[in-house]
Design a protein around this ligand. Structure first.
Ligand code: PHB
Length: 391
């Protein structure tokens, strides 16, 4: 009886709405867990679960329940159905994940209609964040990643470039930004090709690139096995021997496939926001905890986007006293900053996209292990496409 009275008093003191937040926080994750992009789902979940494990499975004081739906990769209809089921049947408070752009595009209208926050943890086409006012991105925007490697090329005696990109949103973004930054700085594009998103055979494209005799090939393909096939083809077709350099976004030399790329990756220059070798105390701690939790996996940029997505939710809910309703959540997230394993990050209050340091890196062996060694940094860099649109 006494206990009942006490509970009643507590409920009255905190008001009915606070009592509602005693409920679990349900986060519905739409991710590729099978098919050619299954590693994306694994890495993002590894990062998200690591953050939860470090925080007693609570975000903003609320106990968390993750509900994961497999969208199998590039399958917008499956992603959309998964997002719909998560908000309608599962009553998820927040949607999260989204490995590929088509998945984020297809799910955005669901977030808008249901007014739930949608945390994008990989899909990186610039316009993803414009598809719903409830989207916040903790990964990257392709133009943000691409501009710095074009500038690096201009400063390193690369005058003619042949571009090869995957024929969909992020590839188009990478190509456009590379061409823009590179030609504005006086560089010349000697050829441009686009490859199928799934199951591409790179040999004919690499042959065309070789025949054009560029100083370098710039490429973007979605992280994973395609990059391994690309680098193999680049070696076998003799581009390296012919003195054609390879430059790319860091999707190519992602730690998830870096060991599989092997020695041919040495000397490849990329620009990116995360490296396992990033020299900070927080990253050292992150890498150590990651290996402890997942001994057979290397931490990569997707794991960090999953980890930071949980960190973002945690900080926002601390600010809103546990309220995850769409508008309140997004308003509280705008302008939020924290230290990530990648460096300082901020949610741009105008675009809801992430502002972060972009690093130029070279693949080198460090203590016998291939690493993306950071050689330069462009601090707090915003998506240049959105910056140009503001003008
Ligand atoms: C995307 O589909 O937006 C995407 C996928 C893989 C990447 C980058 C972007 O490595």
């Amino acid at each position: 009886m006494r206990l009942k009275h006490t509970l009643l008093a507590v409920a009255l003191a905190f008001g009915a709405s606070s009592a509602a937040y005693a409920e679990n926080l349900k986060i519905g994750m739409v991710l590729p867990m099978s098919g050619p992009f299954a590693a994306y789902g694994e890495q993002i979940l590894n990062g998200a679960r690591l953050y939860l494990a470090e925080n007693d499975n609570k975000l903003g004081g609320r106990e968390v329940e993750l509900v994961v739906r497999d969208d199998t990769g590039v399958a917008p209809e499956i992603s959309k159905r998964a997002a719909t089921e998560l908000v309608v049947k599962e009553k998820a408070d927040i949607l999260a994940g989204f490995g590929l752009t088509p998945s984020a595009f297809a799910s955005a209208p669901i977030a808008t209609r249901a007014k739930v926050p949608m945390i994008v943890m990989n899909a990186a086409t610039s316009s993803v964040t414009e598809k719903s006012p409830y989207i916040i991105r903790t990964s990257m925007a392709l133009p943000q990643i691409t501009a710095p490697i074009a500038t690096w090329a201009l400063n390193n005696d690369i005058k003619n470039v042949f571009t090869i990109v995957a024929d969909y949103g992020p590839g188009h973004d990478a190509e456009k930004q590379f061409v823009e930054t590179f030609t504005e700085g006086g560089g010349k594009i000697v050829g441009e090709v686009r490859t199928p998103v799934q199951n591409p055979d790179f040999s004919p494209f690499l042959q065309r690139a070789k025949d054009a005799k560029p100083d370098a090939v710039f490429m973007f393909v979605p992280a994973g096995e395609q990059g391994v096939a690309f680098l193999k083809g680049y070696e076998q077709r003799g581009l390296k021997e012919a003195g054609v350099r390879l430059i790319s976004t860091g999707d190519l030399t992602d730690e998830d496939v870096l060991d599989a790329l092997g020695d041919p990756a040495q000397g490849v220059m990329t620009s990116f926001h995360y490296s396992e070798a990033h020299d900070s105390d927080l990253n050292k701690k992150y890498v150590e905890s990651y290996y402890k939790a997942y001994p057979n996996k290397r931490p990569n940029f997707m794991s960090v986007a999953g980890y930071d997505g949980m960190k973002l939710i945690d900080q926002v809910l601390q600010k809103t006293d546990g309220d995850a309703s769409g508008k309140k959540f997004v308003d509280a997230a705008k302008g939020m900053s924290w230290e990530s394993p990648r460096g300082k990050v901020t949610i741009d209050p105008e675009t809801r996209d992430i502002v972060q340091d972009i690093y130029v890196r070279e693949v080198q062996r460090v203590d016998g292990k291939l690493q993306n060694v950071e050689v330069d940094v462009i601090p707090e860099f915003k998506d240049p496409v959105k910056e140009a649109a503001k003008k």
